[in-house]
Design a protein around this ligand. Structure first.
Ligand code: SER
Length: 426
């Protein structure tokens, strides 16, 4: 069976042979970009090459780059526990910047390319290198004054896909970006294997302004992204991404310690532990602000689950399992002492609150209707310090899901409470 380590090598070799330079993953913390808190995609550190503010030929000697970028998607935090969502993941991507040269897939030079080479190489890599079978692809159907992507369609037909295998979708599904408030973006073609979208090829020809208006760039860029976890799922034919080798030896270590962890909790532990380790190794520390708060939230939810299964004492072993999988790729994971100390520090400061909250929860959160339920959750927060996300997770375990109305009510109670407790000069 092909391992993720082998897939990394195959990807790098394939594209290096075709004139690309492999650049190391950037830190999860953006270096000179305030538009996002954490890097959500492989293209983010390369934004300036798409807009023309920077020139890849000057900086790298080629208009063709590849990376395996560490990514973190904050929007998916509440979805973790299902079969496919992750906060932290790695994204394989090949990129090309203007000016576009011949766009001939047999041109292995350092010039820019566009749709034809991007699609040919994606096809070749999946079919010939990995032995996968494409079920179907999607292309942009044309919407909001942006035309149907006839060119992508023709290219796919020339590769032997039938009309039925080329689905047409609009802005919602087949147009990517921008990340943050503004930036480069464009129509996409997406490749599905085993009914899973595994590779997104973006043709960056537009720039979206802060007010939402799209303008056509004079440049044509290619930004592709293939999540390594999903790719490994289809290669290794596992039931979900969580059984791929990317979560070993952590998954086996956990199951050896506790064989009765339910699927959802297991996935939360796998995801949150891995993402905390990566965030901390890149310099994020828990706090009440921005990325520090994101880390704090996932660490606290992780702690809730470790406490539930009496796994807190095995933290060192679990963190080591993540380190051992990835430290040959990401050297800063070798800073094991720092990582474990940050996690333990957060756990120590939250432990008393969590244990007291768990003790009181069932006695206090007794309710006859939603309103009363939220009032009780507010008491858990205001009198016992239990954060709403932790209460929400405890309820989720019991099949009770908070909706937007519940969250609004909680906010109203929060504001009232602030007003009452604000000191006055009267
Ligand atoms: N930016 C696109 C994505 O993240 C392709 O890399 O899916």
């Amino acid at each position: 069976m092909i391992t993720s380590e082998e897939v990394r090598k195959l990807f790098i070799n394939f594209f290096e042979k075709r004139g690309h330079k492999n650049i190391p993953s950037s830190s999860l913390i953006p270096s000179d970009d305030l538009s996002v808190l954490l890097i959500p995609a492989g293209m983010q550190p390369l934004k300036k090459y798409f807009t023309g503010e920077k020139n890849a030929l000057n900086d790298f000697g080629t208009q063709r780059l590849i990376s395996i970028q560490k990514c973190f998607r904050t929007t998916d935090i509440d979805e973790i526990g299902d079969e496919r969502h992750l906060t932290f993941f790695e994204m394989l991507g090949n990129f090309s910047f203007s000016p576009v040269g011949s766009d001939d897939p047999s041109d292995y030079s350092n010039s820019g390319y566009f749709k034809k080479s991007a699609i040919y190489w994606a096809y070749e890599f999946l079919i010939q290198e990995l032995g996968l079978k494409i079920d179907y692809v999607s292309i942009f159907k044309g919407e909001n004054n942006i035309p149907l992507d006839e060119e992508a369609k023709k290219i796919w037909l020339s590769l032997g896909l039938s009309e039925d295998q080329i689905k047409l979708f609009g802005r919602e599904d087949n147009f990517w970006g921008p990340t943050g408030d503004e930036g480069p973006c464009g129509p996409t073609t997406e490749i599905y294997v085993d009914n899973i979208e595994i590779w997104n090829l973006v043709f960056n020809e537009y720039y979206q302004e802060k007010n939402g208006v799209l303008r056509k760039l004079n440049l044509r860029g290619v930004d592709t992204g293939m999540g390594l976890e999903r790719l490994m799922k289809v290669i290794q034919k596992t039931e979900t991404i969580f059984e791929t080798d990317l979560f070993e030896p952590l998954r086996i270590t956990l199951l050896n310690l506790k064989s009765d962890i339910n699927q959802r909790d297991l996935r939360i532990i796998l995801d949150h532990l891995r993402s905390s380790v990566f965030l901390i190794s890149d310099g994020v520390l828990p706090s009440n602000l921005e990325r520090g708060y994101i880390l704090r939230r996932i660490l606290r939810r992780l702690m809730l689950k470790l406490v539930k299964y009496n796994l807190l004492d095995y933290l060192d072993q679990l963190v080591l399992a993540v380190k051992n999988k990835f430290n040959s790729i990401y050297e800063n994971l070798n800073n094991y002492d720092k990582i474990i100390n940050v996690i333990k520090g957060e756990f120590v400061s939250f432990e008393k609150t969590l244990r007291r909250g768990l003790n009181k929860f069932d006695r206090i959160v007794v309710y006859r209707n939603r309103e009363e339920m939220i009032e009780k959750l507010f008491i858990m927060f205001s009198s016992y310090g239990l954060p709403l996300d932790i209460s929400a997770e405890i309820l989720k375990e019991r099949g009770v899901f908070l909706d937007n109305k519940d969250l609004e009510l909680f906010q109203i109670l929060f504001k009232k409470h602030q007003e009452v407790s604000r000191p006055t000069n009267e």
